[in-house]
Write a new protein. Structure first.
Length: 161
């Protein structure tokens, strides 16, 4: 869990496997794009930092967070990556829509992981306000995209075992 004293992006690079030879898909929501673009950049840069080649990282944009599920499954089926990273941002509003979207995407990614042979990484920010999201997209709490990329590399390595 991220706190002010433990940002998401603080990690020991020596604990991350070499990602050279691995293929990844990043599916990113366009909704709250000023936040999700930072998550995408954090994930992409981290994959490259740990050895993935740019030509082995595909980025797919979808309109909103709910659409991450379909695009992630489609990408896994068609592109056969070693891991799929889903990145989105849902900020609580005045209606229950927030809960429906967050629950749906959470359940969707859980189902994909239970059914599939490729790890699907859940990188959905579900915050009460915009500042909380900014804090987790390169702000004082690091970048959840970085964390998602590290998780993707580690989970992809499990399939090599």
């Amino acid at each position: 869990m991220a706190t002010a004293n433990h940002p998401l992006s603080n990690y020991d690079p020596a604990t991350v496997p070499d990602a050279s030879g691995m293929r990844f898909v990043i599916v990113v929501s366009e909704w709250n794009g000023h936040i999700t673009s930072k998550l995408r950049d954090g994930a992409y840069d981290t994959l490259l930092k740990h050895g993935a080649k740019a030509e082995n990282v595909t980025v797919i944009h979808v309109p909103g967070s709910f659409e991450l599920i379909f695009a992630a499954k489609h990408a896994a089926t068609k592109l056969r990556p070693d891991a799929v990273i889903g990145l989105g941002c849902v900020i609580k509003g005045e209606t229950p829509h927030f809960e429906y979207v967050c629950q749906g995407v959470t359940q969707g990614f859980a189902a994909l992981n239970a059914e599939g042979d490729v790890p699907y990484i859940f990188g959905l920010l579900t915050d009460n306000n915009e500042q909380q999201s900014l804090d987790r997209a390169g702000g004082k709490l690091g970048n959840k995209g970085v964390e998602a990329a590290i998780t993707a590399i580690k989970m992809a390595k499990i399939n090599d075992a």
